[in-house]
Design a protein around this ligand. Sequence first.
Ligand SMILES: Nc1nc2c(ncn2[C@@H]2O[C@H](COP(=O)(O)OP(=O)(O)OP(=O)(O)O)[C@@H](O)[C@H]2O)c(=O)[nH]1
Ligand SMILES: [Zn+2]
Length: 357
Amino acid sequence: MMDLKTYGYTEIEEIPSGLLPGRITELRRERFTVITERGELTAVLKGAFYHSAESRGDFPCVGDFVLLRPNESGESLITALLPRRSKFSRANYSGHAAEYTRTVLEQVVAANFDYVFILSSLNKDFNVTRMMRYLTQARQSGGQPVIILTKADLTEDYSLPLAEVRQSMPNVPVHAVCSHNGLGLNELDVYLEPGSTVVFLGMSGVGKSSLLNALMERDVMKVSAIREEDSRGRHTTTHRQLFMLPSGAMVIDTPGMRELGLFDADEGISAGFNDVEEWFAGCRFHDCRHESEPGCAVLAALADGSLPRERWERYNSQQQENRFVQDKTHYLRDKDARNQSAAMQRKQMKKNGGRYK
Ligand SMILES: Nc1nc2c(ncn2[C@@H]2O[C@H](COP(=O)(O)OP(=O)(O)OP(=O)(O)O)[C@@H](O)[C@H]2O)c(=O)[nH]1
Ligand SMILES: [Zn+2]
């Protein structure tokens, strides 16, 4: 019998009889792969999740600990989501017209990780401001941030960028590594303790896959051993989302987690609104809300037309969405729309008895 503690499980409450705790290692459409003490099981969500969940954020995701009613010969049933100690979410625009993005749904893309590795490469893309933006995201997630400077082989001397990071983010550990020649990787051992879980955050191309491979490759035998346990008989081709490293630590790598890093975090909301924000300095009260306050420079500028109303409204509507949503709006909205129409097509095809119409 496998001990779920290997997967970072800490017993929090008594498990009702007939139920089994497990950790979600993979999620495809509505189908979950859950590792339990009895091995890997395939599971679906109990209907109540769809009816009573207050938001999509209450839906289990990779890394979550759940309770399930096991069924070794078919689909097990996930009956409860156990409390999370950390999470990353993205906004999901499914089912929402562009004008209603204020009601975006939260979609959790990774849960219960201990460390957030913020990856940034030491090549020409090196950018401390961007790292600090990721740091804010990491801190909000509940995980402990660690800065990883990748591709150390590409610079002759990385002591300068290393010092720059230490000065800008004094309380955050920072390490320079090279996934190709292994330099610095042993410094990461302290985070990769058995049972601990890590997620990677960073722009596309910083070397997330390479680092994952480097950390996995130390003991390939163990990787294939994990696949052997797979009761569903899937072997090498499966793209896992929760990887067990030879060290006993885990790395969560979901498509949603990668999306978080896709966006250049340098793009802020107020960028491009300097002309609007300049007026704030003229308000009588420093905490002016620019609604009805006396001596409000914005209201005055709106009244005499020096600040076009349309411009002001645009600024406001942008402010209302949080920065996280802002950075990702267009990309995700398009993507969700595509997914949705694909899902509708499949549904339609089912209705037509397997034919496209
Ligand atoms: N020189 C050098 N190149 C590296 C290193 N790590 C990664 N690379 C290269 O950087 C490129 C991108 O690496 P990936 O590991 O695919 O980056 P990623 O972050 O997974 O990228 P996405 O899958 O797009 O998110 C590849 O060409 C790698 O060979 C390194 O340590 N040194
Ligand atoms: Zn004002």
